[in-house]
Design a protein. Structure first.
Length: 520
């Protein structure tokens, strides 16, 4: 029986898949790997102690609470010095009711690797625009997390919990300012478990208990906080002795949820799309590479299971991007040597993430080697020739071709014909596999277009055009200039699109466009 199979069934354990993929959120939030799994174990124990009516909602809400970590990355990087991961890490550790903690933990944690001028500017923006930044961050994160949870097959209870994960029991949270019991119980338990787990890791059990007590009644539910504090020694002692990944899978409330073929594909696509929210120019990249790789695999005569693996590896090939600050991805000029090292490590991080995903762990080598080159000039292994598996060779060609046909901060997009010539040049120079290049180029010539009849929610041509511009990060004035309309008309178009597709943030609109293949 394959790892991840449910005894007596042909399904993969959903918990095993999502515990592995939760590393995406850990890395995107600047947390220690496995932090989401630790909090999930703690929350499940608290749900048992409180006799929570829907323990599975608590389990998945806690495990995936930072699933929208990329949703506000572009905006946060632009406003706060380029390293939105440091911003989120500092925010998680900050008690925003304490001005001293805001200064020493949050403001001093912004743009840690930048120069003094950049750090001072980031701190100034954070103070001057704190309310709008907080509201925008919470709204985008909650919407993207809830949308992604639905895509991986989780119920409305989980979506509701994720949609309220930044609320506070005193009514001063976001995005809706829900007070007390108006916040779903799954979110309230997840909040206590996450604060407890984080501060246990930072300072031990005494620090965790003191922090939970201090925040009870304001940010945290006092009843849930009290339940934690009473059981904290036992609960935290357990966390210190277990393999958190294994324990998190094992503590999934019964009955264990499973996933089959299409649902596994949906989960891979959902996480690939979520990571692509890091920067507007990345939107749709994972889906396009998956499609190219799948079509190329068929042209190469691969067996159906191998084609399925290629498609899934294509969807997940860049999940390691989440560990690299958006300011680096969006840098318009040459990277420094330190920045380049961080970029090179995204393949390594992707390999680590997928390697934790139970039965999908077999995809990890292809994911980790999609930037290798036959002559040894690639990264992060520096592999050459026969050491690079065929799946990685196909992904390398598909990734390179699609990236060249899309704009990047340092260059304009290449026409498909020019990108094909560049790919052929790499083949002729011995960097890319000839069969893989041929199959990818043949597949690219058959790129699928989405007919108007397939457009969801009855979107018109103009609304799709506006949606693409919103997803691309353009402001309302910029959209007005692009479409040669007034700013008020542009604003009305944007609001009409938001209302029609049921979102209220740029990131959620972009995710909707990716999910429905509307960006091409």
């Amino acid at each position: 029986m394959l790892a991840g199979m449910v005894p007596g069934d042909d399904r993969l354990r959903l918990a095993e898949l999502l515990v592995g993929l939760s590393l995406v959120a850990d890395l995107g939030m600047g947390l220690e790997p496995g932090e989401a799994a630790r909090a999930c174990i703690l929350a499940t124990r608290l749900a048992d102690a409180l006799d929570a009516p829907a323990p599975a909602d608590v389990y998945y809400t806690t495990l995936l609470q930072h699933l929208g970590c990329t949703a506000y990355a572009h905006e946060a990087a632009a406003l706060l010095g380029g390293d939105e991961i440091a911003v989120k890490s500092a925010a998680l550790r900050t008690d925003f009711r304490d001005p001293r903690d805001v200064v020493r933990t949050y403001l001093l944690g912004l743009a840690p690797d930048a120069g003094l001028g950049t750090r001072l500017r980031a701190a100034g923006v954070a103070v001057a625009r704190s309310r709008s930044i907080t509201a925008g961050y919470a709204r985008a994160n909650c919407e993207v997390a809830a949308m992604t949870a639905r895509r991986v097959g989780l119920g409305e209870g989980v979506a509701a919990g994720l949609g309220a994960i930044f609320e506070q029991v005193d009514g001063k949270g976001a995005p809706a300012g829900l007070p007390g019991d108006a916040i779903p119980l799954a979110a309230r338990i997840a909040q206590v478990a996450s604060v407890a787990s984080l501060f246990d890791g930072l300072g031990g059990p005494d620090t965790a208990i003191a922090t939970v007590r201090r925040r009870a009644g304001a940010a945290l539910d006092p009843t849930v906080a009290d339940a934690f504090c009473r059981a904290a020694p036992e609960l935290l002692a357990e966390l210190a002795t277990v393999d958190v990944a294994e324990a998190a899978v094992a503590c999934e409330p019964a009955p264990a949820a499973g996933v089959r073929g299409d649902a596994i594909d949906a989960a891979c696509a959902a996480f690939g799309d979520a990571v692509d929210l890091k920067a507007p120019f990345l939107h749709g990249h994972a889906a396009a590479v998956a499609e190219l790789a799948e079509a190329a695999g068929r042209r190469l005569g691969l067996d159906e299971p191998e084609v399925v693996d290629l498609r899934r590896a294509g969807a997940l090939h860049d999940v390691g991007r989440v560990a690299v600050p958006t300011g680096i991805w969006e840098r318009p000029g040459p990277l420094t040597s330190a920045q380049w090292e961080r970029v090179r490590l995204h393949a390594y991080q992707g390999e680590r993430i997928v390697g934790r995903c139970g039965a999908l762990a077999a995809l990890a080598p292809a994911v980790g080697m999609h930037h290798e080159r036959l002559d040894g000039s690639g990264y992060h292994h520096g592999a050459r020739g026969g050491a690079i598996p065929l799946a990685a060779r196909v992904l390398a060609a598909a990734d390179a071709f699609h990236a060249m046909t899309r704009p990047r901060p340092h260059r304009a997009a290449l026409a498909p014909e020019q990108a094909a010539r560049e790919l052929a040049a790499d083949r002729d120079a011995g960097r890319l596999d000839g069969d893989a290049v041929g199959a990818v180029l043949a597949a690219a010539g058959q790129a699928r277009q989405v007919p108007r009849a397939e457009r969801p929610h009855g979107l018109t041509d103009r609304q799709v055009e506006v949606l693409r511009l919103v997803a691309g990060g353009l402001s309302n004035p910029a959209i007005a200039d692009r479409l040669v309309i007034s700013r008020r008309t542009a604003e009305r178009h944007v609001q009409d699109v938001y209302a029609r597709i049921g979102v209220s943030s740029r990131a959620a609109a972009a995710l909707f466009a990716m999910e429905h293949d509307l960006l091409r």
